[in-house]
Design a protein around this ligand. Sequence first.
Ligand SMILES: [Zn+2]
Length: 205
Amino acid sequence: MERLIEGFRRFRSGYYEQHRARFERLTGRRQHPRYAVVTCSDSRIDTTLIFDAIPGEIFLIRNIANLVPPYRPDHRQHSTSAAIEYAVRVLKVGQFVVLGHAGCGGIHALLDPPAEATDFVTSWLEIAAPARERVMRQADAITPGQRQQACELEALKDSLENTLTFPWVAERVAEGSLLVDALYLDLQHGQLLLYNRSKAAFDAV
Ligand SMILES: [Zn+2]
């Protein structure tokens, strides 16, 4: 804990002091983020840093492999679906983004399951099983690295389509008050790709 507590003290005397008025303004009212981002829990993905954003701008939803499950209300506990509902129906964000990334450990585990059984991880990753199946059909023709990236991109496209199965997402998209997009981050090469749904292709931005 020491490292974290020391870090907080440095934050409080540095960044917090310099931006104190902004923090007081932000916390004195309800949050009003413009963006909701679903991304991986991977410790290297820092959306505030990579989008050059400030606290209060991005409502962040994190899970293993940035997966969005299909709309399936069954009175069980669905953390990601609950957060999407809150972002879209309560906070009324204007832009929703699913942010995938290169070198995803979750997707790696989906393609190459660890020998040890898990209580939650394996069944969570099954959301991306259809993506894995599509990629495995051409697995012989591509390298393991290409297979990994192909699965990351396919799972990302499925998560975007799954987002649109939530009826209140689809309604807001249809009325033009919500944009839903997918981005793919490659930190090793400093690249960000935007999915063009009409072309079914990823373009560098
Ligand atoms: Zn990941």
